[in-house]
Ligand binder design. Structure first.
Ligand code: ADP
Length: 207
């Protein structure tokens, strides 16, 4: 990832003259302070500059290389999660496949009637079961799901970076998000975070 020409100029000014205020950087570049605001906040978020109140900006000595990591670290799962699509353990595999298509997701979550997570079922689990000679209308989804406690989850207060690391480490597409909804129980299913949610944050990084 590369800095824009203006961001490079700002970094060079901070390197040579830091700590330096935003106004001073702006006047060196003959620009209005407001024009620089997005660049200064990006460089601060990326960890290239640090802002000390009443002192100004200074160069941290860190490059830009881990900007994606910094952005993912600052975002919380509950800022980017989607709605979970869940069925119960008795749902037939046939009905679950229909739900998968209707809801346009790749992974279904399985919950009990208190909305506590019991398992997950992915596309490959469905494909595997359709290879055998099974009556999909009679087979409950509980038979084919990956069952808790083997399900990898995140909390809604975790960072997006932790979600990305778990998805990568366990080679899965999607994580159930657990949290306390209305002061209920800890294991309640409150969201879903997929590779697509994480890609969206990266695509929105504005440099
Ligand atoms: P796909 O089937 O589309 O390749 P995944 O790679 O996510 O989807 O799933 C692969 C396997 O991992 C499946 O058996 C699935 O049940 C299991 N799995 C999916 N998500 C999780 C999770 N969050 N925790 C544990 N196992 C999971």
């Amino acid at each position: 990832m590369q800095l824009s020409k203006r961001q490079e100029d700002i970094v060079n000014i901070a390197k040579e003259n830091g700590p330096i205020t935003g106004e001073e950087i702006a006047s060196t570049l003959n620009l209005a302070r407001a024009t620089l605001r997005p660049d200064l906040s990006f460089l601060t978020m990326a960890g290239v500059l640090e802002a000390r109140p009443k002192v100004g900006y200074y160069y941290t000595g860190k490059g830009i290389s881990n900007v994606i990591g910094e952005v993912l670290k600052q975002k919380k799962v509950n800022e980017i999660q989607g709605l979970p699509v869940a069925v119960n353990e008795e749902t037939s595999v046939y009905d679950a496949i229909v739900t998968l298509f209707l809801e346009d997701v790749g992974t279904l979550f399985v919950v009990d009637n208190q909305n506590i997570l019991k398992g997950v079922v992915s596309r490959k689990d469905f494909l595997k079961i359709t290879l055998g000679d099974n009556d999909l209308n009679k087979l409950p989804i509980g038979i084919i799901m990956t069952r808790s406690p083997n399900v990898i989850t995140v909390k809604d207060s975790d960072s997006a970076l932790l979600a990305a690391k778990k998805i990568q480490e366990f080679q899965i597409d999607c994580l159930p998000v657990l949290g306390k909804d209305n002061d209920k129980i800890d294991d309640e299913l409150v969201g879903r975070i997929s590779k697509t949610h994480l890609i969206k944050i990266i695509a929105e990084i504005d440099i």
